[in-house]
Design a protein around this ligand. Structure first.
Ligand SMILES: CC(C)(COP(=O)(O)OP(=O)(O)OC[C@H]1O[C@@H](n2cnc3c(N)ncnc32)[C@H](O)[C@@H]1OP(=O)(O)O)[C@@H](O)C(=O)NCCC(=O)NCCS
Length: 187
């Protein structure tokens, strides 16, 4: 299995909306209403034109299966935010997410020369948080934080990955990918 990340183009717009509106993805997002075509178009347009954002589709053996992104890229502070989802459920549990972590985080730390990457998750999302900790993110010791979603008040976890933690931990990630039979293509 070969995993690549490729910059999103206008041709990916409808696929991103389909994934983002699927229950398997939206249940873990801070908003989970059904996103309309108009709302998606406005978001997509600004995302493509936002220089502080890098948005890739995750491609497995030529098939798009999900997305991974950097946002709020700040070259002065050398920081950014990071997020991931696999829109195709069939791509989960195979090492695809770990491969996309490697490719996107290498870009953040090597190509962009950042020193800190931040991410967040709903606290109940143990699968995502387990992945983030596996690649080296650590939870920030802050007071409990919550996000209001409809009737629910959801606890959230904030995590950070430093460049030194990334550089010392990523060999282990390569090893995991080798064991899962996953190859990387970092074009
Ligand atoms: C989060 C997501 C990207 C993870 O990808 P995945 O392919 O499902 O992840 P995996 O099952 O391969 O797990 C990756 C690692 O996370 C850890 N992990 C998985 N499930 C876990 C759990 N229930 N508890 C703790 N750690 C867990 C393990 O370390 C695992 O690695 P291993 O299989 O080598 O042991 C994917 O499930 C997804 O897109 N979910 C829906 C959207 C979403 O939640 N996005 C994140 C929003 S913050």
């Amino acid at each position: 299995m070969i995993v690549q990340i490729e910059q999103v183009t206008p041709a990916d717009k409808s696929k991103l909306l389909q994934w983002r509106n699927s229950v398997e993805v939206s249940e873990w997002m801070y908003t989970n209403h059904v996103i309309s075509e108009a709302e998606h178009s406005a978001w997509f347009e600004q995302m493509l034109n936002n220089e502080a954002t890098k948005y890739w589709k995750i491609v497995v053996d030529s098939a798009p299966v999900g997305a991974v992104m950097l946002s709020e890229i700040n070259s002065v502070e050398q920081t950014c935010s990071w997020a991931i989802y696999l829109g195709e459920s069939s791509a989960r549990g195979l090492g695809v997410a770990q491969a996309a972590c490697l490719l996107s985080l290498n870009f953040a730390f090597d190509a962009l020369n950042l020193r800190l990457v931040r991410c967040e998750a709903i606290a109940q999302n143990t699968r995502a948080i387990g992945l983030y900790e596996q690649v080296g993110f650590v939870s920030k010791p802050t007071d409990a934080e919550f996000v209001q979603r409809g009737e629910s008040n959801l606890a959230i976890v904030k995590l950070e990955l430093s460049d030194s933690a990334w550089k010392s931990g990523k060999d282990a990630l390569h090893q995991i990918l080798d064991e899962k039979g996953v190859s990387l293509d970092g074009r």
